[in-house]
Ligand binder design. Structure first.
Ligand SMILES: [Zn+2]
Ligand SMILES: [Zn+2]
Length: 110
C-alpha cells in the first residue's frame, strides 16, 4: 500500500523493537515515522477533519485529537453532570409537590 499524499492522522505505534513511532491511522495509508520526525508536523484529528500541529502533548495521546474534540469531551462531561443535577432537582421538586398534595388530602381546606 502506498503512502498517501494527504495530511496524516498520527496515532501511536510501537515497532517490534519497542521504539515509539507514529503511524497514519488511515487504513489506506502506510506512512509512519519516529516521534522526533512527527513533532511539529501537521496531523489530522482522529475524530474530525481539523488539522493540528503535532506537538509533545499530542505525542502523549494514543491518537491525534484537536482542541475542539478535546473540548467537546469536556463539554459532554459537564453536560452530563448538569443534567444529573437537574434530575436530582426535579426529583426533589416532585417529592415536594407530592408531599404538599398529600398534606392537602389529609387536611382538606373545606
Ligand atoms: Zn497518511
Ligand atoms: Zn477534532
Amino acid at each position: 500500500m502506498p503512502v498517501l499524499k494527504h495530511t496524516h492522522t498520527y496515532g501511536r505505534w510501537k515497532t517490534r523493537g519497542g521504539e515509539m513511532h507514529f503511524k497514519c491511522l488511515d487504513p489506506q495509508c502506510t506512512h509512519f515515522a519516529p516521534r522526533s520526525l512527527v513533532i511539529g508536523k501537521e496531523s489530522k484529528c482522529s475524530k474530525c477533519e481539523n488539522i493540528v500541529i503535532f506537538d509533545w502533548k499530542q505525542a502523549e495521546r494514543a491518537k491525534t485529537l484537536c482542541l475542539e474534540c478535546q473540548n467537546t469531551k469536556e463539554a459532554r462531561e459537564l453536560k452530563a453532570r448538569k443534567s444529573a443535577t437537574e434530575d436530582l432537582m426535579s426529583i426533589a421538586f416532585g417529592q415536594t409537590k407530592e408531599t404538599l398534595e398529600d398534606l392537602e388530602k389529609e387536611n382538606p381546606l373545606a
